[in-house]
Design a protein. Structure first.
Length: 393
């Protein structure tokens, strides 16, 4: 199974809606400067590829996390068969339906020899979220062409039909569960982005530990006790320190904790060809580590099934690790202060191949991607006046 597109209609947070294509738009051409196993995108069929990296870039408060939450919602529905009453989905829906009476989304994906289009309407009824309406359409993968639009799809089933056949079908369960059981894995760090915790169980192999801290020999977490404990053995003096998992930060750096929490999940996603969402990828990580994590998804040896890393970042330099331009999305506030998301390659200034992606962002060649100079200067003047005693807090 491969996701081809996730779109959400206009809502309070995104007044113009959002559209995130997972299918490549630009051509996929071999670049002789890359190694033989380098993979720009995953081949589904001739002339049809899905992205292995999807990056969201933008200033603070431009909707990056909100967009990842909507992507997460869609993936949990289609990939994980999650029901809307699950806490993680309820929290997302609380955010988007606090001002709107419905949330409409469309998810296009492949499964075996078919392409499916799931159109869902989610509402709140007596403090519970449910699918008010759904339609599931299909087309042959062999005949499918993204440029042909929805005309090639025929209706497979709808929510009314499913309820007619099974009157006990759950209101918070999508009709997509009636057609498949996917083997792909979906993992997200959205719940932990502001609360860096050790999320693994048992022994972490030294090859992974040394990637983040070469001075540590072993790290082990025991969750069988009433209070989970962590055991850390250091290489040079072979001493062991035992702490509760909450106090592990006293022994390990934040980057080591985040890295050792991420990599086991990344490995599961790579093995299944699934999806990994990470908000603020740059948090706690050395730039080389970020390059390493991203390269796991662009190497056909470590990513033979076309798994996809979906991330947000505030740091434009990370974009220079990405070879493509159609897998980057720019989050902006428009002139009406509304949040928008646009594909990086759609901007005219991106057509220049001699300019680094990071420079396009940092130099504000796409208006709204760098802080306004007048705001920075005003803040500088305010701070200076406070420091010299000309003003007070």
């Amino acid at each position: 199974m491969k996701i081809l597109n996730i779109s959400v209609k206009a809502n309070t947070i995104f007044p113009k809606g959002i559209d995130i294509p997972f299918e490549t738009f630009d051509g996929v051409r071999k670049n002789n400067s890359n190694h033989n196993f380098f993979m720009q995108a995953y081949k589904i069929k001739p002339s049809m590829y899905s992205q292995v990296l999807i990056g969201l870039i933008g200033l603070n408060a431009t909707g990056k996390t909100s967009a990842l939450e909507l992507i997460s919602l869609a993936l949990r529905i289609v990939v994980d068969d999650d029901v809307l009453s699950q806490e993680v989905l309820t929290k997302i829906l609380d955010k988007f339906l606090s001002h709107d009476n419905k949330l409409e989304l469309a998810i296009k994906f492949t499964h075996k020899t078919k392409v499916f289009l799931l159109e869902s309407v989610i509402t709140k009824n007596h403090d519970k979220y449910e699918f008010a309406d759904e339609v599931l359409k299909q087309a042959k993968l062999s005949d499918y062409n993204a440029k042909n639009g929805v005309e090639q799809f025929s209706v497979l089933t709808n929510r009314k039909q499913v309820l007619t056949e099974n009157k006990y079908f759950r209101k918070d369960c999508s009709i997509v569960t009636t057609i498949h059981e996917f083997n792909e894995c979906f993992i997200s760090n959205l719940r932990w982005v502001n609360n860096n915790q050790a999320l693994w169980t048992g022994h972490i192999d030294s090859e992974l530990v040394e990637c983040f801290d070469s001075g540590i020999d072993q790290v082990y977490i025991d969750n069988n006790q009433e209070v989970p404990t962590a055991k850390v053995k250091f290489k040079y003096d072979q001493t062991e320190s035992i702490k509760s998992t909450q106090d592990l930060k006293d022994l390990l750096s934040s980057g080591t904790i985040k890295g050792l929490s991420m990599l086991p999940g990344v490995m599961k996603v790579l093995k299944s060809g699934g999806y990994y969402i990470v908000d603020e990828l740059e948090n706690h990580f050395n730039k080389k580590i970020i390059d390493f994590v991203m390269s796991l998804f662009t190497d056909s040896r470590s990513n033979p099934h076309g798994a996809c890393l979906i991330f947000s970042t505030h740091y434009p330099e990370i974009l220079d690790f990405i070879s493509r331009k159609d897998d980057i999305f720019v989050c902006l506030r428009d002139f009406d202060n509304a949040l928008t998301i646009n594909r990086f390659s759609n901007f005219e200034c991106v057509n220049r191949n001699d300019v680094l992606k990071s420079n396009i962002i940092l130099k504000n060649l796409i208006s709204g991607t760098a802080p306004r100079l007048k705001h920075l200067n005003a803040a500088r003047e305010y701070i200076t006046n406070y420091v010299i005693g000309a003003s007070s807090l």
